[in-house]
Write a protein that binds this ligand. Structure first.
Ligand SMILES: Nc1ncnc2c1ncn2[C@@H]1O[C@H](COP(=O)(O)OP(=O)(O)OP(=O)(O)O)[C@@H](O)[C@H]1O
Ligand SMILES: [Mg+2]
Length: 154
């Protein structure tokens, strides 16, 4: 029983990326695995590649102009129209830990399209039913991504 519990906690799949292009391709795969409406919670330090991964997710959802995808640091959310709306949220500037409802993004999160949230660390309690992705800078251009599909224990 103990082993089972530990496996459940580790959960998900581990990917290694060696370049921004590879991270983008992983994003395309993530997009293909989503059931819409979907929420993707990204965790990872400054410059770990959250926006790069989001660009791949947007590509996988059919967005043509990928230059539109940039961190919405001052606006909290950018919306891109692809095959479905993509809500690209960045919570970096939120102070302290907040719950979803106090951010104002609960209007769309999990209701329609795909919501990708950078700096999910700021979100107290996360969001049930989300895909969770943790990115760790492994030195140089290497990044480790741990991707946990909805429903798997974190
Ligand atoms: N394997 C890789 N995957 C992703 N980005 C990489 C990789 N190797 C190097 N980089 C570089 O790391 C940076 C990642 O930037 P990006 O804006 O995607 O990070 P971020 O996590 O969104 O940062 P922030 O917290 O500031 O929003 C880019 O400059 C990119 O070129
Ligand atoms: Mg970013």
């Amino acid at each position: 029983m103990k082993t089972k519990k530990r496996q459940a906690r580790i959960g998900g799949k581990r990917y290694i990326s060696s370049s921004p292009e590879e991270t983008r391709k992983i994003g395309v795969e993530v997009a293909q695995s989503l059931f819409i409406p979907a929420v993707v919670l990204l965790y990872g330090d400054l410059g770990s590649g959250k926006t790069t991964l989001t660009r791949g997710i947007a590509e996988g959802l059919g967005l043509e102009d990928l230059s539109l995808v940039s961190s919405p640091s001052y606006t909290l959310v950018n919306v891109y129209q692809a095959r479905c709306p993509i809500y690209h949220v960045d919570l970096y500037r939120l102070e302290g830990e907040r719950d979803l409802y106090s951010t104002g993004i609960d209007d769309f999160v999990g209701r329609e399209g795909v919501t990708v949230i950078e700096w999910s660390e700021r979100l107290a309690g996360g969001f049930a039913g989300a895909t969770v992705i943790r990115i760790v800078d492994a030195g140089g251009d290497r990044r480790e991504l741990n991707i946990i599909p909805p429903g798997e224990t974190r």
